[in-house]
Write a protein that binds this ligand. Sequence first.
Ligand code: SAH
Length: 208
Amino acid sequence: MVQRLSAAGIGAPQVLQAMVTVERHRFVDTGLVNQAYEDTSLPIGLGQTISKPSIVARMADLLLGAEIVSTAGSLGRVLEIGTGCGYQAAVLSLLAREVYSIERLRGLHDKARSNLRPLRLPNVHLLFGDGMAGFSKGAPYAAIVSAAGGSALPAAWCEQLAVGGRLVAPFARADGQQVLLVVDKTAHGLKQTVLEPVHFVPLKSGVA
Ligand code: SAH
């Protein structure tokens, strides 16, 4: 899987190393284990999916491109919206100092907790709640990444981003097309960059 990502030019060396270290098969149901290393999203229950490896690597690459990383030397605190099964949180834990990851579905929050327990990642903090409000106690964040896409960016995310920090999230344009959006918070304000089309599950409000 990682060799294919590398051949496709996706993933900085430290991102690829993190993806070699985190075994994706641990995060999918037993019946799907033989597909765990294909570049495809897979069902994780409750209508949600584990993101495909190439998009996990792509988003991690983008986060490492935050201006604050070049000044601070590494990724500090990261907020992830949409823990799902916990795979991306595990990958991010190897690239960032602290990872706060929020999930709105109790069943998946619990699943991520049991998937991550054997990996013993002390810098991953799993939170149950509506990620549209962010998590102000951990702010400001060097990076915020969302694994679910809405048609508007929650204001809390931009507020909780550090100056020099970067937000990466899927976002539905007015024509309905979902695209990857990068928001850089600079001393002069927010700078938005629209990237390629993507397919993420919808960002929903409230908990269930
Ligand atoms: N990063 C995950 C991807 C999970 S899919 C992984 O590695 O597997 C996206 C997740 O976002 C779903 O589990 C969905 O329930 C969750 N989600 C959607 N809206 C949310 C919100 N407002 N707050 C928190 N989680 C949300």
